[in-house]
Design a protein. Structure first.
Length: 551
């Protein structure tokens, strides 16, 4: 055994705080974690970067650190593929005496658990409905706060996390982070079918103490999608400790993000050299901060900055049923929305305008809002860009979304809504042409879902545009062949963006370049799912070039 304190003198990290995973169907996800695994849904909120998407938190009675599994369910999302550079499994602890009961429980729910032994403890490994590896380690770990309404008897209940498993190219890089920077202890190494497994232990004495790392030299990287672990959060006590880690990790070259307010904890994010995304999260404020313990998970909770949009968000998120209370949350029926008939794009389009009237200018920018956003939201960029030569137009998507599922979902699942959205953009372009502003003098821009739509329209249009600005977006399809010769494109993304996988961003860049577009593609660490000054400056340069060419 090798022991260590953090090299910087900061307090050692205690262990695991939470694990965040991408899912697909929200009700199926909720049913599995509450009714099969017996975890309490302690919080229903939304993705703070995409308020049209739920964020579910599952844990013990109060959602203590070390028990929390969180999911972003994107209906219809394609499956991810496990590989190097990511966490591939999350293990819970359970009493040794419950081994046979859990075998029977899994079988009763149609699940097959593979059996193994790891560092002397029996392990069952199985998949959740999206293919995420979930494990149970039978080691008599410390008890957590029991959830009285759990369908799993208390004598067999899961006791928070035991460990996570990451697949990496080189263990040494993770060791340098965990032992050298964060104060973990190296427990030992044993053989694993995938390669040498090394275990590291946090400094706490509760649950969720272990990070296992399996070295798979020369094996391919993972591909993010439904079932993929987005990040693993490590636990620190308070803001002061977190700030100390922010400073030391920055000095060590890990490039952590600024502190993010996640309502129930504060977070910083960073990647180690293999690509595994880590977070350091604080214990406080905790999940009872805005709901009584006896009400946890009963209501859709929103941060203060989203409360003005509550009615809009509640109308957009899918309908789910919470078994603990027998209540329904959300109102959108996914099965019904998938069968809606298309509406003609020329009928009833609401287009908001900012800047100078179209009749007074030579150039225009068409802005497409993101999922859950609005035309008025995206038009606020007019003030940021501050180019008086332009008129700015923003069409409003029905129900505040251009298409129902992730842009990574199979194409047919977003039809006919995608075709309708493309027709809406085309109708706005045609209206501008009738006003004397030809497509080559129009810059098409968008954020998130709107950025994906802007890129897709430009890719399919088969005609010259003034330019495309995609704030956090990627192509919806990569099979188009039409020429984009000479069209300037700016693209920006955070390498850790949960909505726009870096691989898809890079594939989009390659596709656009291959078809002749002039692409400025920037991967911006710390950007988050947002728009920053660097991106606005780049967009402004592209727009000024269009002005110069139109004189």
């Amino acid at each position: 055994m090798t022991s260590s304190s953090s090299a910087s003198g900061t307090s050692p990290v205690q262990g695991l705080h939470h694990v965040t995973v991408m899912a697909s169907d929200p009700q199926r996800n909720l049913d599995f974690y509450t009714q099969v695994l017996g975890q309490r849904l302690v919080k229903v909120t939304v993705n703070f970067d995409d308020p049209g998407t739920y964020h579910f938190y599952y844990g013990d009675l109060t959602g203590q650190p070390g028990t929390i599994m969180t999911h972003f369910p994107w209906p219809g999302a394609s499956r991810g593929v496990r590989g190097n550079g990511e966490v591939v499994a999350t293990a819970y602890s359970a009493p040794v005496s419950s081994y046979a009961a859990w075998q029977q429980r899994l079988q009763a729910h149609g699940l097959t658990g593979s059996e193994s032994t790891r560092f002397g403890d029996p392990v069952l490994t199985f998949e959740d409905p999206d293919g995420t590896w979930v494990e149970i380690v039978f080691d008599n770990g410390k008890e957590v706060q029991p959830w009285p309404a759990s369908p799993v008897p208390q004598s067999e209940a899961l006791r928070g996390f035991h460990s996570v498993t990451a697949w990496v190219q080189e263990t040494a890089d993770v060791r340098a982070l965990l032992v050298g920077q964060l104060g973990f202890q190296e427990v030992g190494t044993e053989a694993d079918p995938q390669g040498p497994r090394t275990r590291f232990k946090g400094s706490g004495d509760g649950v969720g103490l272990y990070v296992d790392v399996v070295e798979r030299a020369g094996q391919p990287r993972g591909s993010f999608g439904a079932g993929s672990v987005h990040h693993v959060a490590l636990r620190t006590r308070n803001d002061a400790e977190q700030l100390a880690y922010l400073e030391t990790l920055s000095a060590a070259g890990f490039r952590p993000t600024p502190v993010q307010d996640r309502q129930y904890f504060h977070s910083i994010y960073f990647r180690e050299p293999n690509g595994v995304l880590f977070e350091i999260a604080t214990d406080a404020p905790g999940f009872p901060a805005d709901e009584a313990v006896e009400e946890l998970g009963r209501h859709l909770k929103l941060p203060q900055w989203f409360e003005p949009q509550r009615a809009q968000i509640e109308a957009h998120v899918p309908r789910i049923f919470n078994h603990e209370y027998g209540v329904t949350i959300g109102s959108r029926d996914l099965s019904a929305s998938a069968g809606q008939e298309p509406v003609g794009a020329a009928d009833g389009i609401q287009v908001h305008v900012a800047g100078r009237p179209p009749s007074e200018v030579r150039v225009a920018m068409v802005l497409l809002h993101g999922r859950g956003g609005s035309a008025q939201d995206i038009l606020s960029l007019e003030r940021e860009l501050n180019l008086s030569a332009f008129t700015y137009l923003a069409p409003q998507a029905p129900g505040n979304t251009w298409y129902p599922y992730s842009f990574l979902a199979p194409l047919e699942q977003n039809q006919p809504h995608l075709d309708q959205a493309l027709a809406t953009v085309d109708a706005v372009m045609e209206e501008l042409a009738q006003m004397g502003i030809a497509p080559e003098r129009v810059v098409l821009g968008g954020f998130s879902q709107g950025a994906c739509l802007a890129l897709e329209y430009a890719s399919r249009a088969g005609r010259q545009l003034g330019g495309v600005v995609a704030f956090s977006g990627g192509l919806i399809t990569l099979e188009q062949q039409s020429s984009m010769s000479g069209i300037p494109v700016f693209m920006g993304v955070d390498p850790d963006d949960a909505h726009i996988p870096l691989e898809r961003f890079q594939a989009t860049e390659a596709q656009l370049r291959a078809r002749g577009a002039s692409v400025d593609a920037r991967v911006i660490p710390g950007l988050g799912h947002s728009i920053n000054k660097e991106e606005l400056d780049a967009a402004r340069v592209l727009m000024q070039q269009v002005v110069a060419q139109s004189v």
